[in-house]
Design a protein around this ligand. Structure first.
Ligand code: AKG
Length: 361
């Protein structure tokens, strides 16, 4: 996995490492040096913040909300069979196909594309950040939309730098994703699968793997970022485009949630958006960057084939990763993570909002 790149934790590592704000030049440099290696990609990552609140008209939102409400009613009556619940506990994840119609998935995709277009257009609603090496001036991602970029390309070095991720407050700024996230069906799943009777949202993101450019995401557990005691993190991952072995699909280490406890947690450093990693049971020792990979390298990973509109729901302790997208097919996913509000979440948790209150699902 020499070429693997960040996921949620590494997003923040990327913020810390960003020292160059000119993504176009980075891409040109990478092209000149042939394919970039992992270190090059991470150190050249770029970040931009979208400031506008919404890209949808009220009538579009209303139409979408109406559609969603109808589907929720149907799905919430009997969300899962016992066999599905048993399978989740055994394997650590569950694939639920066709939760979004193709039309709905396209609507969310359009919303994602509208945001990415605005970032690419680099208009006045976009703020660029130059992050100092110590990360002290990094913007905090809670409640914001921050874009990070792939600065290299896989097969097409002449293409412009592609957005790799938009997070971590997608649903707080974009009404269509607020509607999707707050479906009662998700609350039912949280209660049924992890006994999360008071689920709260820790983050929501769009993960974009552009054709020929999408980078790999290193093995990790979401419970390192969305940490609680006892562990309660549950991630909902929607394929907005077909996702699988051909285009850098989600890979899971089946059953790893049973044998790989979360060994550390991501913490806030200082008053800015800086982050570090605290190993559990090691007192106050904090290291900068991400160590959320656990024993990730030693597992066998299975690539999930998820058609557009399918949902993967997975345990916060499940090791997962994804590969580069070397295909000509895009791969956009929307994900959000919940924890149980009854469980203890330390105040220095990186993703915890200032003031300490997470939003209820
Ligand atoms: O979409 C993917 O490839 C994985 C995303 C992921 O693991 C994450 O954001 O934590």
């Amino acid at each position: 996995m020499a070429e693997t790149l960040g996921h949620a934790p590494l997003l923040f590592a990327a913020l810390l490492n960003n020292q160059n704000n000119n993504a176009a030049n980075n891409a040109a440099n990478n092209a000149a040096n042939n394919l970039p290696n992992a270190a090059t990609l991470v150190s050249l990552k770029n970040v931009a913040e979208v400031q506008l609140q919404s890209d949808q008209s009220l009538s579009e939102q209303t139409a979408l909300n109406g559609t969603l409400r109808l589907r929720v009613t149907a799905l919430d009556i009997n969300p899962l069979s016992q066999a599905q619940i048993d399978s989740f506990h055994k394997n650590g994840f569950l694939v639920l196909p066709d939760l979004l119609s193709a039309l709905e998935a396209d609507t969310f995709l359009q919303s994602a594309q509208s945001i990415t277009n605005r970032v690419y257009a680099n208009g006045e609603d976009i703020t660029h950040y130059n992050i100092l090496p110590d990360g002290s001036n990094a913007p905090h991602p809670v409640g914001r939309i921050l874009a990070t970029f792939e600065t290299g390309t896989v097969n097409n070095p002449l293409s412009k730098p592609q957005i790799a991720r938009l997070g971590c407050g997608i649903h707080t700024r974009l009404p269509p994703f607020a509607s999707l996230t707050s479906r009662p069906f998700h609350r039912s799943l949280a209660r049924l699968l992890l006994d999360n009777t008071e689920p709260v949202i820790t983050q929501s993101q769009l993960i974009l793997k552009s054709p020929h450019a999408g980078g790999a995401i290193a093995p990790h557990q979401d419970g390192c970022v969305s940490f609680t005691e006892p562990a309660s993190a549950l991630t909902f991952w929607y394929a907005l485009e077909d996702s699988g072995a051909g285009n850098g699909g989600l890979e899971v280490a089946v059953g790893s949630h049973l044998v790989e406890p979360v060994k550390g947690r991501m913490v806030r450093l200082g008053k800015g958006g800086g982050s570090g990693f605290k190993e559990l049971g090691r007192g106050d020792e904090t290291v900068r960057g991400d160590r959320g990979g656990g024993n990730g390298g030693s597992y066998k990973y299975e690539t999930l084939e998820v058609s557009k509109g399918g949902l993967v729901v997975f345990h916060g302790n499940l090791m997962h990763r994804s590969g580069r997208n070397v295909s000509g097919k895009g791969r956009v996913a929307y994900s959000f993570t919940v924890i149980d509000g009854r469980c203890e979440c330390p105040d220095d948790t990186y993703i915890k909002p200032v003031g300490g209150e997470f939003e209820r699902l």
